[in-house]
Ligand binder design. Sequence first.
Ligand SMILES: O=P(O)(O)OC[C@H]1O[C@H](O[C@H]2O[C@H](CO)[C@@H](O)[C@H](O)[C@H]2O)[C@H](O)[C@@H](O)[C@@H]1O
Length: 276
Amino acid sequence: ISTTMPQQIVRTTLANAEDFRSNLNGYLTPNSKLALFLDYDGTLAAIADHPDFTKMSEETESTLRRLTKNPNIFVAVISGRGLGDIKSKVRLENITYGGNHGYEIQNADGSRSDFQLPQEVKDNYSKMVAEMTKRFSIEGAWVEDKKVSLTFHYRDAAANITPELLRNVTKTIESYGFRANQAISAIEAKPPINWNKGEAALLLLRKNFGEDWKHAIKTIAVGDDTTDEDLMKICKGVGKSFRVSTDGEIQTNAEFRLPSTKEVTLLLKWIEEQYN
Ligand SMILES: O=P(O)(O)OC[C@H]1O[C@H](O[C@H]2O[C@H](CO)[C@@H](O)[C@H](O)[C@H]2O)[C@H](O)[C@@H](O)[C@@H]1O
């Protein structure tokens, strides 16, 4: 299973409002232009037993809503979920939405900047979904068909899941040329293209702020999973990045660790404070 290998160990955990003040002091001022990249599952909303059960807390939602109304802040939510799904979860305007790890992009004005997949890849995807659904939909495990990438969920199949079965899942994904990625109680299958959340973020930064975006704006990226590491790499040396994890020693490209989604809300509130 391929994963994006992070390069460093998180050194600083931000766990309360004071931590944010002391570690991020001066990064933003009331006139700063900011591009804020957010993941959804495990970041804006806590992980739940089923993708349908997640929900942002009221505080997260209201703080995010206020941020989207600030003309100095560009907000993008880039998720592994399908585009329609992530939009229906966040349900806010003035946000650029990325679905399927950034293969689908809906800009804040409603226009699309999707990655155009070759027909052969699309055909292989359809065949892969059919085979995986037939072979691996066992009790407690299921295939989430997101039309561009898929997720094999096995959270409730502990008794039936063996290392051999997971190897077979990975082999099947790879036999169609797709990339297999370990995720949270799941294996993701992504198209065989050098495209990910980081590439999608770069596209958006160049499109919205020009080639010289590094000097034009500040960037913040927040995520909890291996697929978010590509997003964090974009921020290295130019912006601030945060990995949500309970593991104090987690290997990550992010500069800071946030223990849970609660601290993500604190971060959003800290950002809001900087503009007051
Ligand atoms: O990029 P994200 O927004 O973090 O999306 C990643 C995947 O999230 C969903 O699965 C994960 O969250 C579920 C709900 O908390 C959880 O039940 C599951 O175990 C996790 O793997 C979603 O279903 C996937 O399609 C996304 O790719």
